[in-house]
Design a binder for this molecule. Structure first.
Ligand SMILES: *[C@@H]1O[C@H](CO)[C@@H](O)[C@H](O)[C@H]1NC(C)=O
Ligand SMILES: *[C@@H]1O[C@H](CO)[C@@H](O)[C@H](O)[C@H]1NC(C)=O
Length: 399
């Protein structure tokens, strides 16, 4: 097995200088090597399922920690990828050794090698994408893009799993609103979180129910704004029961509100009907059960009228919107202003505030991809140019 280590050392030393800062022994046994290498004392790294968490595991085991998404962590991730390249070569040698004895095991090794190469291609594409997205950045307030929990996925995989909200089929009732809400003077900064009227960021996992998270978030806030305690309501209930939508396979904010308005369904607490990340059978509760129902809803098209949208946000509460979130796959922080146009709505989120104090005014948007994504689970989107189509489909519940 010594020569296996030698091959690894050679692979690593012939790699680009990014590796130079990392003095650790390369982990040859990557967990995907099916050939038994008992002489190696390197830990088995579960590479196959999720390279980003393998990377974090690797950093904990072998290196110093730096915050996910930071520049040092990105450099290290690249060094990690180089190591993985080296290990693919190690596996290739391992194929020769184990394949000699057992043809079957050799085939298994080849399969592993093949999937490794596909994975590395995905990573390389991610890195290319980050370079492209970051190329427009002018100053530090601009959005920056890089390694996060979605770097493992190709654009197609990401889109097919996470971007499952569609715009309404009938846009007629999305009335364009111009000077609809009077001549209110607006504050420079407003955030419903400051009043403690927004629940914590949720994680939809690989269930395409952003539409449900978006409207349940709006209802949680609207319910608290009207004087009730702020509590997490059941997203799973909406996923399972809204017959106008397709559960984890997608849906729309306005059809979910339509269903809630038609059926007068009471949303129970999240703890009573917890999130399962897959579509299940609708569980009915007796009418006496504690729950939150809506009395109506409104829908607006505020493209060209974002000032009016600000007034509405302040007077009624957080607003459910549908945006184009393809470039959000790689978002780390800052204000999104490029590479995000309107006309391709695919993801539902919740606008909870805005900030116009700096050079670039922006909307503060709550997402449902966990707190490790973006700015503690939030994203900032430039105001005034309908960036990402944020003002196209705006809905809110009437309590
Ligand atoms: C590796 O070795 C262990 C114990 O020696 C054995 O149980 C296991 O099946 C082996 N794995 C493979 C893929 O051959
Ligand atoms: C909500 O339901 C009420 C009747 O319960 C109906 O009058 C109203 O038009 C509905 N709202 C919308 C936006 O469909």
């Amino acid at each position: 097995m010594l020569w296996l280590g030698v091959v690894c050392a050679v692979c690593v030393s012939s790699s680009p200088p990014v590796y130079a800062g990392e003095k650790q022994q390369p982990p040859c046994n990557t967990g995907s090597t099916m050939c038994n290498d008992s002489s190696s004392d390197a830990p088995a790294i579960p590479l196959r399922s999720d390279s980003f968490s393998s990377f974090l595991f690797f950093m904990e085991k072998w290196g110093r920690k730096s915050p996910a998404g930071s520049l040092p962590s990105q450099d290290r991730y690249q060094a990690f990828l180089v190591l993985v390249h080296a290990c693919v070569l190690c596996q290739f040698s391992a194929i020769q050794s184990c394949g000699a004895g057992l043809l079957q095991q050799g085939a298994l090794c080849l399969h592993v090698l093949h999937t490794d190469i596909l994975q590395i291609k995905t990573w390389q594409k991610s890195l290319e994408r980050h370079r492209f997205l970051n190329s427009e950045a002018r100053d530090t307030s601009d959005a920056h893009y890089g390694i996060n929990q979605f770097s493992d996925l190709s654009v197609e995989e990401f889109t097919n799993t996470y971007l499952k909200s569609h715009p309404p089929r009938n846009k007629d009732y999305y009335v364009p609103k111009k000077k609809a809400f009077g001549e209110k003077s607006l504050p420079l900064q407003f955030d419903w979180r400051d009043k403690n009227l927004v629940t914590g960021v949720k994680n939809q996992l690989d269930c395409g129910a952003c539409w449900a998270f978006s409207i349940v978030g709006a209802i949680e806030s609207a319910n608290a704004i009207s004087g009730n305690p702020l509590e997490d309501l059941s997203v799973q209930q909406v996923i399972d029961c809204s017959y106008l939508d397709r559960g984890c396979n997608g849906g729309s904010t306005d059809s979910a509100l339509k269903w809630l308005n038609q059926t007068h369904t009471k949303l129970v607490r999240s703890s009573e009907y917890p999130f399962k990340a897959r579509t299940g059978t609708c569980h009915y509760f007796p009418p006496t059960e504690h729950g939150v129902s809506i009395n109506g809803y409104e829908a607006y098209d505020f493209s060209n009228y974002e000032e009016e949208m600000m007034k509405l946000l302040i007077s009624v509460g957080p607003l459910a919107v549908i945006v184009d979130a393809v470039s959000w796959q790689d978002y780390l922080g800052g204000i999104i202003q490029h590479h995000c146009s309107s006309g391709h709505s695919n993801h539902a989120v919740l606008v909870v505030g805005f900030d116009k104090r700096g050079d670039t005014p922006y909307w503060i948007v709550k997402n449902s991809w966990g707190t490790s994504w973006g700015v503690d689970g939030y994203v900032h989107v430039k105001m005034g140019e309908n960036v990402c189509g944020i003002a196209d489909f705006v809905t809110f519940p009437v309590m």
